[in-house]
Design a protein around this ligand. Structure first.
Ligand SMILES: [Zn+2]
Length: 307
């Protein structure tokens, strides 16, 4: 196992809990985006469940010469989901303390599903900004990744990220490792929730790669893009839940990667494979998806009735 006691240049601190929607009759408002500073140069954002049940997490990492935003959330409309103005303000704030002109923003993606790229359009007219394409070829070309087994880099200026393909959930999925903080971003491939597998052999290969990686590198946190597990082991919130008052922790360790890797081998048959900390959803056939949808519909009815 990687040495956990290695001091990182930027130790990260996580919030006790994330905004996770509101009860239907609650008068409490939740902001469209929750911003949390993990460290002086590392920011996490979460889109509110009141805008989209997906409530994805986004990551903004600053380097000396440029910043990178990983993912743009599930909602395009800037009046509902003001991602651009939020990111602009965070960059302005950072530049006030670390002047640099020009200072570039890279908008990149953990993968190309709609709940991770929806607000890309808010950045198309932003000066000094590059939006990385969504396809496998565009991603590999931008990060100089030499084929599916290769590793690319993104140099932010004194902070160089490793980027490598982890297809299986989606063809353009990548993992992002930040040696500066020890964080490993795993997108929707590994997180405390439903791990949807569209290409099973690729998923197993990617999990093996992630497992080898965390055994060879110091890791402070394994971070995905959603939470769907409750604090009760083996129990997830239903598909489409917009209020999750008892979410499991998003922050995972290398041991969790080991568990998903092990489970990936026993999830050979299409279907729903439940485990303590996650659920593997292998395939998208009606037999697999309908039970998830039915539970989601029942939850929505209950939410309306309970308030
Ligand atoms: Zn997602």
């Amino acid at each position: 196992m990687a040495n956990q006691s290695i001091p990182f240049s930027e130790p990260l601190t996580f919030p006790d809990h994330w905004n996770a929607g509101v009860a239907r009759r609650s008068t409490v408002q939740e902001p469209p985006i929750q911003v949390h500073r993990l460290g002086p140069n590392t920011i996490m954002l979460r889109q509110s469940k009141t805008l989209s049940y997906e409530a994805p997490f986004l990551y903004l990492l600053f380097g000396r010469e440029r910043a990178v935003l990983w993912d743009t959330g599930a909602t395009a409309d800037p009046s509902a989901f003001p991602l651009r103005t939020t990111i602009d303000a965070l960059i302005r704030e950072w530049l006030a303390e670390h002047p640099c002109d020009p200072y570039e923003l890279i908008v990149a993606h953990t993968h190309a599903h709609g709940d991770h790229i929806a607000a890309d359009g808010q950045f198309t007219d932003r000066p000094q900004t590059t939006i990385v394409g969504h396809g496998v070829d565009a991603v590999q070309a931008f990060f100089h990744i030499d084929g599916p087994a290769g590793t690319g880099v993104l140099d932010l200026g004194d902070r160089v990220l490793d980027i490598f393909p982890i297809p299986g959930h989606q063809a353009a999925s990548v993992a992002v490792y930040d040696p500066w903080s020890g964080m490993l971003l795993t997108g929707d491939t590994v997180y405390p929730g439903r791990l949807y597998v569209s290409d099973y052999p690729a998923f197993v290969t990617s999990l093996t790669r992630l497992r080898d990686f965390v055994h060879e590198h110091p890791i402070s946190a394994v971070l995905g893009c959603h939470v769907e597990m409750t604090t009760r082991p083996g129990r997830e919130y239903p598909l489409g839940a917009t209020y999750q008052p008892h979410e499991a922790s998003l922050v995972w360790s290398p041991a969790h990667i080991d568990r998903v890797w092990q489970a990936s081998h026993t999830a050979r048959t299409p279907g729903i494979h439940r485990h303590r900390d996650f659920t593997i959803v292998h395939g998208q056939s009606t037999r697999v998806i309908v039970p998830l949808m039915v539970r989601g519909i029942l939850w929505k009815v209950g939410y309306r009735l309970r308030g």
